[in-house]
Every structure is written in C-alpha cells, then in structure tokens.
Design a protein around this ligand. Sequence first.
Ligand code: ADP
Ligand code: ZN
Length: 610
Amino acid sequence: MREKRKPWFIFFWISLFVIVFILFNSAHKQRNNETYLEYSQFKQYIKSGNISKVLVSSGVIKGQYRDNYGILRHFRTIPMNDPNLIKDMEDNKVLEFSSIEKNSWIGPILLNWGPIILLILFWLWMMKGMSGNGKHVLSFGKTRAKLVKNKTKKITFKDVAGCKEVKEELQEIVEFLKNSDKFQKLGGKIPKGVLLFGSPGTGKTLLAKAVAGEAGVPFFSSSGSEFVEMFVGVGASRIRDLFDRGRKFAPCLLFMDEIDAVGRHRFAGIGGGHDEREQTLNQLLVEMDGFNTKEGVILLAATNRPDVLDPALLRPGRFDRQIIVSNPDLIDREEILSVHSKDVKLNSDVSLKIIAKRTPGFVGADLANLINEAALLAARNGQNNVNMKNLEEAIDRILAGPQKKSRFISEKEKKIIAYHEAGHAIVAKLLPSTDPIHKVSIIPRGPALGYTLQLPENDKYLTSKSELLDILSVLLGGRISEELIFSEITTGSQNDILKATNIATKMVTEFGMSEKIGPIYLQQNPREDYFLGKDIVKGSKISSKTIEVIDEEIKNIIDTAKFKATNIIKQHINILNKIVDYLLERENLSGEDINKIVNGKELIPLSVST
Ligand code: ADP
Ligand code: ZN
C-alpha cells in the first residue's frame, strides 16, 4: 500500500523560492543602479548644480544627480564630517534635501537578510502549526495515513487464503478490538503493537485489513516511507498526528507498512545517524510508550527486513508480538489461487493443484497476478473461459518480470534446498542431545531459502559441551548433505557457517571448552564479538601464539562436528533421500512426519481437493 505523494506542496515551495528570489534580486538591482560617488565627487556635483535630491542618514548619503550626459541617476556616498554641506546645498539649489535618523539601519538589514528572515519566520510558523495540531492550511506535519473505508466490500479472514497460523494469532487482536471493555475487565493483556514479518506480497497488508474488517473498526493505513522527510521534525510530527487520529477513532487499527523505513537501527550507516529519521523513530517509541491499550488502539506494522529494525522497537510494551508470514506452501498456493479465481470462469481442464505445483516461491501477490494475466489472455483470444494453457502462459509471463524471477525457485534449486534441509533434519533427528524438530520446509521465509525449525521441550539454562557439539553438527549437516549428493557447494550455507563459527569461537574463548586453552576468558569485549577474532586481537594482551592456538581449536571443534554429521548422513542416505522426496512433494514436513520417515513408515497421502 503506497500512496502517491501530493505534488502541491512541492509546487508551493518552488513558488515561494521564486518569489523570494525575485524580491532579493530586485532589491539588489536597485542598489546596483546606484553609482557610488567619492565624497569629493559628490561635492563637485553639488557645486556644478547637478545634484537634485539628497537624503542624509547616519551611515550613508543617497540622492539623485545628473551625469555628464544629463541623465538622472541615483548615487550613494559615505558622509564626512562636513559642517558646510547644508550651506553648499542651499547655495547650489539642491531642490530637496532631508535626513532620516537612526532607524535607517532597518532598511539595509531587511534588504540583505530579508529573504532569509522570511524563510525562518515561515518555517517557525509552520512548525507551530504542526505541534499545535490546529487546522492548518499547510498540513505538512499531518500523517498521510488513509482511513480505509470497509463498508462497500468488507475484507475478512475469508479473503486471506492460507496463513492459518497467522490468522489464529491475529484472532486475539480481533477479539480485543471488538469488545475492548470486556477484555479489560477479564484482565486480558493485549499487545500494543504487532509486527508482521514476511516477503513483499505475502499478504501482510491484506491481513491487517482483514483484522479491521473482522473487528468492524476503522483502519488507518500508512507506510513507513511517508514518515521519512527531508526536514527535521516533519516525520515526528506526522507520527504524533497518526496516533492522535487513532485515539480519536478508537477502537481502531493503525497499520504501518514498511516500518523499516522509520525503524532502522539508530546510529547505523555511514556518517553517523540521520537526524530526521532518528527523531521520527524516537517519536514512534514515545507514542507507543505513551498510549494505553485501554484506549483501544493497536498498531500493526509490516516489514520484510526484521534484521535492520532498531532493537528498541521490539522491546516489551512496544511491538511485543511478532508474527512471521511465510511464503505460501503448496496447499496455501492452491487456496490462494482458488480465492482469486472465484469470479473467473475456469475451463474444466484447469487443475489449480498443478498450477500450485508449478509455482514454488510465488507469493500471494504473484498468484493473484497470475489469475489476472490468464484471464486477460483468455479475453484477448476471445475465449469464454480460462483454460490451462492460459494459466501456464501466465506463469511464464510473470517469470519474465525482473523481480519475480529471483523469487521463483527452479526444480534444480528446489532439489538442492531439499537436500540441504534434509541434511539438517536427519542430523538433528539422529543425534541424542538435540531439540526435537518442529518443522522442515523448503519454502523461503525471509532471507532463508528453507528452514529446519527445532524447538526445545523445556526451558534450558545450561548447555553442555556435547550439546553444543551436536548443535554444530546440525548446522553443518545442510552443507554436508549438499556436498555429498551434488559434489558441489552452494552459497546457501553462509548463515549456517556464521552461526557455527560463532558458537565454536565462544566455546574456545568464553566457555573454556577447549583443553588446550583451558578455562580462560579471552573475549575482550563480550558485547562486541560480532566480528570473529577482531576483539581478541584488538589491543589485547593475548599473544599472537595464543591467537594461533585459538584458531586451531576453533577449527578442531568444527572438524569434529563435521566428521560426526558426515557419518550420520552417509550411514542413512536412504532416509535422507526419502525425506527429500517427501519435501519435494509437499514442501513442508512436521516433526511427526520426520519421525515416521526415520522409522521407515509411509506418510499419509496428501489430500487436497481440486
Ligand atoms: P504485502 O503487504 O505483504 O506486501 P499485500 O497484502 O499487499 O502484500 O498483498 C498484495 C495482494 O496479493 C493482495 O491484495 C492480494 O490480492 C494478494 N494476496 C497476497 N497474499 C494473499 C493471500 N494469502 N490470500 C489471498 N490473496 C493474497
Ligand atoms: Zn542451512
């Protein structure tokens, strides 16, 4: 949801500058038309009777004179202590002479500084208008959030296909917005802000609209980029206005798309922070702290860059609920296709299931677009319904688009991702001290192409060395599996390697888990150990020999973990293949599914109605 910025205020600024420029210029012109005369010259002109008008003020004498060609000109000169001046003027018939006192200073100042003073005054006036919240002609500091009226076509959860878990989580918000009083009485605690993470086009905006629709409350939609302005203070004032509006219409839902535009980590970026953005973000934090859920206002925000968000935003009392909106899997894709083809006549040869199978990596927006394209193609051919050929051609058309292509996962890639994830899964399953598998998926989620999710059974406060080693093996399992099957390494394991290296480094330098090093703390600055080795070396008392040993020990630990994982995968290659087959077929597997496969059982066939 992006709104077009109205051009009127840009026009306004341009005309203001033009006016100021003209004023300034004409002021200068006048002065430039003045000829500067030496005092002696001036006296001569008086004596020759060519001066017609004189105005004496404290720092300057101005007037009119006739030059040698008889043309009337303006002049200026610097006065001198000349007691004879008046007498000379009288004698030589200067028609008009007068003097102004003192206040003459204001003239030159206005002339020189006028434009700038004007601008400053204008700016102050505008800022005042913002903070005063008065009805101002210039609603610079007003939020551009749009009140989306849901009356004509109410969007509800029915319009959002798939996303089952997300909808379940959001249901609570709906209940709260519906009858916030009742909720309060029961002592229910409601989050102030909910953050939706997910790739573009996965339906985050749609979900937000559906929440408002389900609850029957007003929905204010805005985008983070609207709050990022060139002028310091404008963004912050818009944030204030957004919340004020929310309070006025409470209970209601405020939605902010692309919150990363405002919520970027402060102090990040070259050359320090960005004043305006920082102020805007601070204002957002202040507003979130200030408003009470009792008022019945909830802020829902969306982003696909959770990694760049300022941690302050994620603290309790702010966006304390975070929900991941994954890309749709096979079943979701089929559902989304059928939602969007509701009003489209489909030929009997159409199988949405096959289309869903052919579109891994497509998000909701792509699928909606696909149906639309197919309908257009059918109409162009003069058909009276959409057939399979139209749909397949539509897929190709969407793939031809520049960004979509990068999102699409080819068969080959799908297979590599499947082996990678199956590698993690099988090591996780077969090593004794690892957390149970919750889900394995080859559908992208955020920056990850696939994921294997493990959840601990109980809260854990201590982790043993062998547990850490097993975690390392699981992390390396993905890459090892790829390597064994394809004899080739891809870039997909970068994050696994980073995590593994961090753990191994901590084992050696912080946890005292290396025998050669012993229980010695070697991280200089535990808060800044992002860059491997950097802080160990930086100005430390650690000798270069010790650093060598540290490196060696880190490598030893990684090698041990790698060896273990390789053995497991090699010994259970059949199970690995089986997991991959199932993953390719259904894209997601539950922990239960993995258990069954490892125990040699078949999975219940997929039942998708077409
Ligand atoms: P985001 O906000 O995540 O970028 P949007 O909510 O703007 O995505 O989605 C764009 C369009 O894609 C929606 O208007 C809708 O037509 C379609 N769409 C996306 N996800 C779904 C879904 N789960 N079910 C139905 N339609 C969807
Ligand atoms: Zn991995």
